[in-house]
Design a protein around this ligand. Structure first.
Ligand code: FE2
Length: 372
C-alpha cells in the first residue's frame, strides 16, 4: 500500500457537501423499502407514486441519520427502468452528491470531459425548489448533483412525506463512509483519472494485487477522495489469479461496472451488528482462528475481544488508530451489491490487514455459488 498525496483544497472546483442520497433501482420497491426498514432500521421519509401523480414509477425515500436511500421501481412495462432491472438485477443507479450549486457543478465537470446525463433542471413545489444535474460515471452509474439550499420540504419536489406508522428502531448507522465501484479489466486507472481530472478528486491510497490476493484470486484497488474527504470512492478492478475473483463474478452478474458496496459508519459496531444479525442480515463468516493472533497484530483495543469474535467483526490498525469492520453477504439475489459496517477509532484506512481473511471468506461463498 502506498499513501499518496493529500488533496490541495485551494483548487476544489467541485465542492461537495456530502452524499445526498443513493438511488437503487429494484424489482419491487415496496418490499425493498420494507426490508431496509425492518432489517436495517431505516425510517420512512418520502414517497412518490400513483397517489401523488407519478404514473410511470414509484419511489420510496428512507433515512437513517445522514444516510438516505431511494428505492425505485417501474409501474409499467418497457422503458429504461425495466431495461435496467433486466440487465443488472437490482442495483445502484444514482449516487447523488449534495452541492451548493448544481448548475456550476455540471458546468465544471462537463467542461472537463464528463458525459452529461441531464442538464441542470429545477424542480419546484410549495416548499421551494431543488436544482438537479447529472453526469455519467462507470457503467450505467450516474452522479446527480443536488442543490437544495432553497428547499424546505421533506425530501424533494414530487415526493410527499411518507409516514406509514411502521418504524422499526434504527440500528445506529450514521453516514456513508465510502462507496466502492467495481470496473472491468484494465479500467481502474481510467476511472481514477476521471475522478481526478473531471471531479478534482485525489488518489489517497492504492493497493496492488500483492496487497489483495489469496492463493486463488486477486484484485487491485485505488481510493479516490474529494477535497474535504467527505466523499471517498475506492475503485476495484480484477487481477489475474488462479481462479475467478469476486470482482469478475460481480461484473459477470451485474453485466458491467457498478457499485459493489456501501460502507456505512456506526459509533458502536457491536450493538449495530448484533441488531442487524437479530433482524436477519447475513454476514460473511470469519474463521475463529482469525482471532488467535489478531491482538498481536493490531495491539490493544478498547473493546472486549469476545463479542467481536462472536459477531465475526474484523479489526485493523494503521498509523492513526484502528478500525472495526464487517461485510454482509450480497443483499440482492445476484451476487452483486453488499454492505460494509465500519467503526473508525482513528484509522483512516480501509482494512488492508483484513483483506486476505476477507477474500478467503468471499471465496468460500463463491465456491458455494459455483462461481469461483
Ligand atoms: Fe469498503
Amino acid at each position: 500500500m502506498e499513501l499518496e498525496k493529500i488533496i490541495p483544497e485551494a483548487d476544489d472546483f467541485l465542492p461537495l457537501l456530502g452524499t445526498d442520497h443513493v438511488e437503487i433501482i429494484v424489482g419491487n420497491a415496496k418490499q425493498a423499502a420494507y426490508y431496509y426498514m425492518s432489517a436495517w432500521g431505516f425510517q420512512p421519509l418520502a414517497y412518490k407514486g400513483l397517489e401523488n401523480g407519478s404514473k410511470e414509477s414509484v419511489s420510496y425515500a428512507i433515512r437513517q441519520d445522514k444516510i438516505t436511500l431511494v428505492l425505485t421501481s417501474p409501474l409499467e412495462p418497457g422503458g429504461d427502468l425495466n431495461r435496467h432491472i433486466n440487465e443488472h438485477g437490482d442495483g445502484v443507479k444514482n449516487v447523488a452528491l449534495w452541492v451548493d450549486d448544481a448548475t456550476k457543478s455540471w458546468e465544471e465537470t462537463t467542461k472537463r470531459g464528463a458525459k452529461s446525463a441531464f442538464e441542470p433542471k429545477t424542480l419546484q413545489d410549495t416548499d421551494g425548489k431543488v436544482v438537479l444535474s447529472g453526469i455519467h460515471t462507470y457503467g450505467e452509474t450516474i452522479h446527480i448533483f443536488v442543490e437544495r439550499k432553497d428547499y424546505n420540504g421533506t425530501f424533494m419536489p414530487g415526493y410527499t412525506a411518507w409516514d406509514p406508522g411502521y418504524k422499526p428502531e434504527p440500528v445506529g448507522l450514521k453516514y456513508i463512509d465510502h462507496m466502492v465501484g467495481n470496473v472491468g479489466w484494465g479500467e481502474m486507472n481510467t476511472w481514477c483519472k476521471f475522478y481526478a481530472e473531471v471531479m478534482g478528486f485525489a488518489q489517497i491510497i492504492s493497493f496492488d494485487d500483492k496487497d489483495i490476493s489469496t492463493e486463488y484470486t486477486a484484485l487491485m484497488s485505488k481510493v479516490m477522495s474529494n477535497g474535504n474527504g467527505r466523499i471517498k470512492f475506492p475503485i476495484n478492478e480484477p487481477a489475474e489469479g488462479r481462479k475467478k475473483s469476486q470482482i469478475e463474478e460481480y461484473i459477470d452478474y451485474y453485466k458491467g461496472a457498478g457499485v459493489q458496496h456501501l460502507a456505512v459508519a456506526t459509533d458502536n459496531i457491536i450493538e449495530t451488528v448484533t441488531q442487524l444479525k437479530d433482524r436477519g442480515v447475513d454476514f460473511l463468516y470469519v474463521p475463529e482462528n482469525y482471532y488467535d493472533d489478531v491482538i498481536d497484530r493490531v495491539g490493544e483495543i478498547d473493546e472486549d475481544l469476545e463479542p467481536l469474535k462472536k459477531l465475526g467483526i474484523l479489526i485493523d490498525r494503521d498509523d492513526e488508530g484502528y478500525l472495526l469492520q464487517l461485510f454482509t453477504k450480497p443483499v440482492l439475489d445476484r451476487p452483486t451489491m453488499f454492505f460494509e459496517i465500519i467503526q473508525r477509532k482513528g484509522a483512516q484506512s480501509f482494512g488492508k490487514g483484513n483483506f486476505k481473511a476477507l477474500f478467503e471468506a468471499i471465496e468460500r461463498e463463491q465456491e458455494n455459488r459455483g462461481t469461483l
